[in-house]
Design a protein around this ligand. Structure first.
Ligand code: NAD
Length: 360
């Protein structure tokens, strides 16, 4: 298969971790007979340094010509980097919001998986973590409270602020379909999270999700209120497969789910639109404190590349091979500094990439 992949190395540790993910992709291409071509794209601070702005039309145009984009991370240290002396719309993060919008990326996926080998880092009680967990949070990314009308005004002499939470049936249907499509590739369970006992937007959410579910009889659908879900994530995370939810609930729950894994350097993510296109990136930031030191954990980016193989290119066998190689390396006791524990072998960023690529 021929795949055109955009590469955004980005800032901080970005170039180091993207280099390792590319190494693993190249090995996968050789092993399984594919041809991956790469286009370098500038975003964030790296784009400011060259063009004075964090996102250019050229980057958007080139990204649109790719099948998928793999990104490291963008941004710098806000206290010291000159990028943060620019007005907010010209700072690195504005580039990321801009590209998500330009490419209409409305579905954000964040897996939270507990590796047996890293169980000691999990902050949950041992009897809970012993069951393990493997869930994926699908968050709506372009609607809801963060994009609704807002205003602050004085009403009868009292300052009053209003934010609006709005969803239409099309927005709900397209993300629900995405969630069910992905559940079909996993353990075939969708838990839709809402606040339908209070909010109209949630009642519409539930109605449309139930309609979509009819097209997926093999997938088991359940509903959960968001407050209960926040509790269940720490009491019994093993129960979840795909969690489907709106923007703000997903923002909060996906951070909670990733934190219970305890390992920030291991967490991948994807943002998808209604074609096969996706932007794949680790959940962590650009870690300026360790940039350029060959210390960063590249696994989140390598696992993001595996998601790209699975969700954009439908190369499930190849994605399985990358994930299995990561598990194997952990089983053999290799660790970057962030996940290092007693009795394990310290590896640099480059060594970790080599070890994983060698096991494909
Ligand atoms: P961060 O995730 O970059 O770092 C938090 C801590 O985790 C640091 O101590 C860092 O060294 C460590 N860490 C992160 N990733 C690691 C890895 N792969 N291996 C080993 N250690 C790792 O968060 P921050 O320090 O709050 O933000 C730094 C910059 O990243 C900021 O400019 C922020 O805006 C940006 N950021 C970008 C994204 C993105 O590109 N999507 C996401 C979050 C933050």
């Amino acid at each position: 298969m021929k795949c055109r992949i955009g590469l955004i190395s980005g800032d901080g540790i970005g170039p180091e971790i993207v280099r390792e993910a590319k190494k693993v992709l190249d090995k996968t291409a050789v092993k399984y007979g594919h041809s991956f071509s790469y286009t370098e794209l500038l975003l964030g601070g790296a784009s400011i340094d060259v063009h004075g702005v964090p996102l250019t039309e050229e980057t958007i145009r080139k990204a649109e010509m790719c099948d998928a984009v793999l990104m490291g991370s963008i941004g710098g240290d806000a206290r010291t980097s000159p990028w943060y002396r620019l007005e907010p719309s010209k700072r690195p993060e504005a580039g990321l919001l801009g590209i998500r919008k330009a490419l209409n990326l409305f579905a954000n996926l964040r897996p939270a998986y507990l590796y047996e080998e890293l169980r000691a880092a999990c902050p949950l009680r041992e009897d809970i973590s012993a069951a393990g967990f493997d869930m994926l949070i699908m968050r709506e990314l372009t609607g809801g409270l963060y994009f609704g009308e807002r205003k602050t005004e004085e009403v009868d002499g009292v300052l009053t602020a209003v934010d609006t939470l709005s969803y239409n049936e099309h927005e709900i249907r397209r993300i629900a379909k995405r969630a069910f499509d992905i559940a079909v590739k996993r353990r075939k369970k969708v838990c839709s999270v809402d606040k339908a006992n209070v909010l109209d937007s949630s009642r519409l959410w539930r109605k449309i999700v139930e309609e979509v579910a009819k097209d997926y009889p093999e997938v088991e659908l359940s509903h959960m209120y968001v407050d209960n879900c926040a509790m269940q994530l720490v009491m019994n995370p093993a129960q979840f497969d795909v969690i489907l939810t709106e923007n703000m609930f997903g923002d909060i729950l996906s951070d909670e789910a990733s934190m219970v894994t305890g390992s920030i350097g291991m967490l991948s993510s994807a943002s998808l639109n209604d074609t096969k296109f996706g932007l794949y990136e680790p959940s962590h930031g650009s870690a300026p404190d360790i940039a350029g030191q060959n210390k960063a954990n590249p696994i989140a980016t390598i696992l993001s590349a595996a998601m790209m193989l699975r969700y954009t290119f439908d190369l499930d066998r190849e994605a399985d091979a990358v994930e299995a190689a990561v598990r194997q390396v952990l089983k053999e006791g290799y660790r970057t500094g962030d996940i290092l524990s007693e009795g394990c072998t310290y590896t640099t960023t480059t060594q970790m990439g080599d070890l994983i690529a060698a096991r494909i």
